[in-house]
Unconditional design. Sequence first.
Lengths: 538, 550
Amino acid sequence: MSFPLLTATAAVPAIGAIATAAVPAARRTAAKWLALLFSLATLVLAAVVAVRFEAGAKGPFQLTESHSWIRDFGVRYELGVDGIAVALIALTALLIPFVILAGWHDADPLEAPAPNRRWRPTQGFFALILAVEAMVVISFEATDVFLFYLFFEAMLIPMYFLIGGFGDRAGADGEERSAKLRSQAAVKFLLYNLAGGLIMLAAVIGLYAATADQLGSGTFSLTEIVQARADGKLELGTGTERLLFLGFFFAFAVKAPLWPLHTWLPGAMGESTAPVAVLITAVVDKVGTFAMLRFCLQLFPEASSWATPVILVLALISILYGALLAVGQRDIKRLVAYASISHFGFIIMGIFAMTSQGQGGATLYMVNHGISTAALMLVAGFLISRRGSRLIADYGGVQKVAPVLAGTFLVGGLATLSLPGLAPFVSEFLVLVGTFSRYPAVGIVATVGIVLAALYVLVLYQRTMTGPVKAEVRTMPDLKARELAVVAPLIALLLFLGVYPKPLTDLVNPAVDHTLSVVDRHDPRPDVAVKADAEAAK
Amino acid sequence: MSSVASVHSLWTIAAEAPAKIPAPKIEYAQLAPALIVLGAAVVGAVLEAFLPRRSRYHAQLLLSVLALAAGFAAVVGLAAGGFGTTKAKITAMGAIAVDGPALFLQGTILLVALVATFTFAERRLDPAAHGKKVDSFVAQAAAVPGGEAEKAAVKAGFTTTEVFPIALFAVGGMLVFPAANDLLTLFIALEVFSLPLYILCALARRQRLLSQEAAVKYFLLGAFSSAFLLFGIALLYGYAGTVTYSGIARVVSDGAKQIDPALADTMGNDALLLIGAALVLMGLLFKVGAVPFHMWTPDVYQGAPTPVTGFMAAATKVAAFGALLRLLYVVLPGLSWDWRPVMWGVAIVTMLGGAIVAITQTDIKRLLAYSSIAHAGFILAGVIATSKDGISSVLFYLAAYSFVTLGAFAVVTLVRDAGGEATQLAKWAGLGRRSPLTAAVFAVFLLAFAGIPLTSGFTGKFAVFKAAAESGAGWLVVVGVVSSAIAAFFYIRVIVLMFFNEPKADGPTVAVPSPLTMTAIAVGVVVTLVLGLAPQYFLDLAGQAGVFVR
């Protein structure tokens, strides 16, 4: 038996979470280093996964592991990765050390003597981050629907404690009010996602009942179900398939989030600390869009095609609505949150365009959006921690006082608006081209989103960084070494993937082609060439 | 000589050869679990009369633990001997069934009772009264609350060690209840476990009036439901001419073959069957706590001493659902077209009703009471499946749920202020800051109640919903899922309160319990996590146990 690499990649952060939580209350710094160490070990394992993975090899999944788990439910412990999963695992493993480093002081207790020797918020903060990482990684790896569902749901709990338990240092409203807003945001996050998850549970049970009925024994194995559907052994019937698809899609659309199920995101991102906000939008939400590709499309290909028009319209609304509301925001973090809603619109549009460029671009978009949002949000977090306010109006002229901070903020912003030369441009371009080739009208309208992105990013920069230096900003220190260590690698990565995205596209494209072949959709042939062929035939 | 005989023959007839009354043949070994427990209860009552007061507590505790452990060993022995599967049979002249579901439920009840006994025996939480260690039970039950006698009893440091034999009697009844194979045994078992519970409810050391009110309410409503049950039994007897389960089932499916002359007018009359079955079901649904027969639950859960609440919430539910399953699957399968729609309705209103009303609760014990109602609805969804999967999923759910419940109520006993247990939710604010470990453990129980994956609650919920979906009750699953979402809200609210709210200055403290309560809580946590992460062995067990004997 070979070394269970995928299990190890998820188990290391899980062990790290337990170890970090067990550090005694007085040894706070040790807990931080321990968490960082475990996140780096995970990164190494993720790199090994990426190296061992052979893009374009036969079979949908590689590095597979399979063990019997709950026989009565037909549940197996089945792991496996395709190129899309490898890319997202790499993204997750890459971002977590930066999240930990950026949040280094976010959970230090306020008063020097802790109220209780067992009360260990710092240890809890880092342990929860690692727990989320473990659950996200295993949900990228799971090829058993039930296994995926378990961790898809379970990750809500540590996430909920991260949002509700830790916030920015007392804002303008005072500690009590911000604690109240925070716990409201956390509850809203949890209820939305739990409701989505429970509806998915009904669909999961429905899927089991269908397989148990027709295959003799119920199964949750993605490969088995896809195979059985291809062989015609499993006929869901149009109505059932559509209902099940809706059950799954609802959960993923809440998670992603897609308009009109997005309303939990701005609150959750606004009230939590910047590293947690990055964790939400750059890491956890990716599970939603990833699951659309892996589960919605592959389990229910016909229903996916059936629902495409509606989903594309919703994605378009997300793009425009998110961007418009981002323009109108007064709060920096909520602005980034609405920008993310707009970007998730692009990702979902790319997925449901059902072209190889669209889906490849969407996968790339997930990775690039993760990196660019992390860069922008973390710098914004550093800015906010200096002034103690999230309001754009409280800033002005920062670039004169803290030029490095302003410069990195600008690069993060430009990445968010998909400036050519930075990584997000490639993916946004691919998504638009991929969508245009099948749905030209949708592609054209979506382009408006890019213009709005330029508006909200540049206006944000102009209002906070340029202009006369505000009195409260005058003594603002520039980025410290730790903060630079967070931002510099992210910006380097944005530049590298912007100029040379080939390693990523090579990784992703075979998996996308496989998905499309399961859905049985093929790229539309270019119109011009068809006409030319026809003329040549004459 | 002959004239005498002829005279006498006017008003007597010569008896035939003395009728052979068959001596009842009792298979003691197969009834061992209930016999051990009931025997120990009798011994306990005797001990109470003869032992000096100071040694009663230890003697009773030891006796209870030994009896429950021995009973459990007997259940395991019977199961190992194949009585759960191939050798399942009906014993005691057709009164008791020894089969998979009976043994599984008896095992669960005995373990639950064992853990509950630990919480009964906890004597470190309440401050010592006049230098004597006391538990959660009243000093002298007969003393009027607030009266002189009560003061004297408290001063003398009395404790009500009778709770141990009383609880054993209740357990004995509960062991028979799901195994009862005729309606009269069912009724007697019901009374045997209900009466001790009424008494236990009245025995709280603090807030005695509330406790006594709860007991009276429970008794009155319980008596009502018993009357319904008995009336239903009478009607069913009139319909079938017998009270044995298999006899009634035969008449239901094949019609009345041999008409008993005394019942010539009634036998085979469907009206009697339907009304009788409905009344019997009502009696059982009352014990289960299903809407609309749930009214007693919140008051009784709140008023009873918390260890009793935990015991009652866990064990009664197990016993009552066991009896309900047997009744529906053994006696009335031929009638399932009639009862399924009704039970559908009951399950739906129970799930939704419990979940919705729980949202407005401000007392943790009442909240858990409404949550138990919602859970009864989920279990009913599995009962309705009428399949082997339905039986085993309900068995599994009951085992999983009862340990979560026991653990949760054990934690409630720890959170105290000057007035005893601080059960108002508002007082729990900031508990996570003061006692992170206690709050975290309680959060685990709440998440299990909410059915979050990786806990036993999720596995159980998945099992019953899966069984329901496979039997074609897809919409019931959807309702179940929706009410789970509603229920999640109030469990989460408690977590918010504990972890995200600032502790109040005069808030309650968490008492450090003795190893007894700690064991109870630890068992709850371990079972919750094991059944969530590696449930296969227990699912197998429940699966093997999922066949009734007829």
